[in-house]
Write a protein that binds this ligand. Structure first.
Ligand SMILES: NC(=O)C1=CN([C@@H]2O[C@H](COP(=O)(O)OP(=O)(O)OC[C@H]3O[C@@H](n4cnc5c(N)ncnc54)[C@H](O)[C@@H]3O)[C@@H](O)[C@H]2O)C=CC1
Ligand SMILES: O=C(O)CCC(=O)C(=O)O
Length: 460
């Protein structure tokens, strides 16, 4: 009998031909999904040498399979607004890859959410989750619901309706959602309550990012932002430049931004600017984080109000303008494609030394090339922002062990995970002949573990 290997040997495809062919198929199958195609291209660009070293991955069709979600669920989310009118949104969950664990990844509520956005995020999540060293597969989801301007009761009604449908597809060993843009601990609380009511059982491990009083992990809130700065700190140990005394700009003022700012300040950096989707503030003395936390975490106000409390600071109504502020370290922590090629050139001209991606895919492919060609130390999202999902996995571990760990314990594990991610990415980059290239290192290290698991589990 002819084996799979023999059939494939006859075709004698080179690794480059294989990667190009799969990419062409992806383009044909997913026309107009620009964000998704961008994320796929970024990863595929790194993988040719992996297929040269491991032709078995071609034989097993790893790339063809990994790029196609195991499942993409789309559903109607009807709800009633405060005026009694029926509203309908669209819900999504992409269950992308379960080779190394249950699907894991956040939910985003934002009007821009569509299939392309959830697929780009879900695809990235496979490799990010693999890098954490935790047993978690890749997933993502969300809705085109816009929380801006909605009352708390409207948010609760929408979120309950969303969970009524989503509950059919998730579970502690199946798929474990968490937060992302527009979904914080309040929304996770509403979803957990609705899931519990529908199932009639208290399954703590079905969601992460929960409140501490009902199964959440201490330090999950801080984890993504802290993790990004721990990663940068690790990178800088090999350089004659440190966070202490550096000038930092952080975009956004949400969950990731606030805790990246907090940790950067703790390391002795001066953070001079942050933003929201309307504009940015510049405070040359260093921004006052207590004010930002009060405005954003407590009062849900616009960042423009910062200057009412700190008249020495300036507000500019142009959120992308934040990247014209000179800095040593830029931490894009808001959203995808916020730094394009032109913006990257401005950052480089102003002397940026380090770019650490707290958000998912905040730099375009052109921007990444500019940073790499200008010797900027570049920490890609799937490595630099993996601390959030890593601590989510620690939350799952605490839930299944019916225990809870101290802040020091979780934070210590987070630091260890970020150090390991950095070292594994550097080692993979070295091994594949691109020393110091963390984009390639992260893609290769994240990919090979999942690929090995997929080979071991057969063609499914
Ligand atoms: N929350 C988490 O644990 C993780 C989040 N991420 C990523 O980090 C990014 C931020 O997420 P979160 O902080 O959780 O969301 P969030 O909803 O708490 O905050 C988002 C922030 O970005 C701002 N924003 C949105 N569009 C903007 C724009 N065009 N320009 C400037 N600011 C803008 C919003 O005003 C808000 O301040 C996203 O890319 C998300 O996918 C990545 C890993 C984990
Ligand atoms: O903690 C999680 O599961 C979600 C984290 C996430 O969505 C991300 O890493 O982008």
């Amino acid at each position: 009998m002819t084996t799979l290997n023999e059939v494939l040997q006859e075709e004698k495809k080179t690794a480059k031909e294989y990667v190009n062919e799969v990419y062409e198929t992806v383009q044909k199958r997913n026309p107009n999904e620009h964000e998704f195609l961008q994320a796929v291209k970024e990863i595929f660009n790194s993988l040719v040498p992996v297929f040269v070293n491991h032709p078995k991955y071609m034989d097993y069709g790893i790339l063809d399979r990994i790029v196609e979600p195991e499942r993409l669920i789309t559903f109607r989310v009807p709800w009633v607004d405060d005026l009694g009118r029926v509203q309908v949104n669209r819900g999504f969950r992409v269950q992308y890859n379960s080779a190394i664990g249950p699907y894991k990844g956040g939910l985003r509520f934002h009007p821009s959410v569509n299939a392309s956005i959830v697929k780009f995020l879900g695809f990235e999540q496979i490799f990010k989750n693999s890098l954490t060293g935790q047993p978690i597969g890749g997933g993502k989801g969300g809705s085109d619901f816009d929380p801006k301007g909605k009352s708390e009761l409207e948010i609760m009604r929408f979120t309950q309706s969303f969970m009524t449908e989503l509950s059919q597809y998730i579970g502690p060993d199946i798929d474990v959602p968490a937060g992302d843009i527009g979904v914080g601990s309040r929304e996770i609380g509403f979803m957990f309550g609705q899931y519990k009511k529908i199932r009639g059982s208290f399954e703590a491990g079905v969601l992460t990012g929960k409140g501490i009083e009902y199964g959440g992990s201490i330090a999950r809130q801080e984890a993504t932002g802290y993790g990004t700065v721990y990663f940068i700190n690790e990178m800088l140990k090999d350089q004659d430049f440190a966070l202490k005394g550096s000038t930092v700009v952080v975009s956004g003022s949400g969950n990731v931004s606030i805790y990246a700012i907090e940790k950067a300040i703790q390391f002795g950096a001066r953070v001079v600017a942050c933003s929201d989707s309307d504009g940015f503030i510049y405070d040359k003395n260093g921004i006052n984080l207590d004010t930002v936390k009060r405005l954003k975490e407590v009062e849900t106000k616009r960042i423009s109000e910062y200057v009412d409390v700190h008249p020495d600071a300036e507000y500019f109504e142009d959120c992308t303008g934040i990247w014209s502020i000179p800095c040593d370290i830029a931490l894009p922590c808001a959203t995808q494609n916020e730094i394009d090629e032109a913006t990257a050139k401005v950052l480089v001209a102003n002397g940026v030394k380090v770019v650490g991606e707290g958000a998912n895919m905040p730099s375009t492919l052109g921007a990444i090339t500019i940073f790499q060609n200008s010797n900027v130390l570049f920490a890609p999202a799937k490595a630099a922002n993996a601390g959030g999902v890593a601590v989510s996995s620690l939350e799952m571990a605490q839930n299944s062990g019916k225990t809870s760990w101290s802040f020091e314990e979780v934070d210590g594990k987070l630091q260890e995970i970020m150090t390991n991610i950095y070292q594994n990415c550097m080692q993979a980059a070295d091994e594949y002949g691109v020393p110091g290239n963390l984009v390639a290192g992260a893609n290769i290290a994240g990919f090979t573990k999942v690929a090995d698991a997929m080979v071991a589990q057969g063609i499914i």
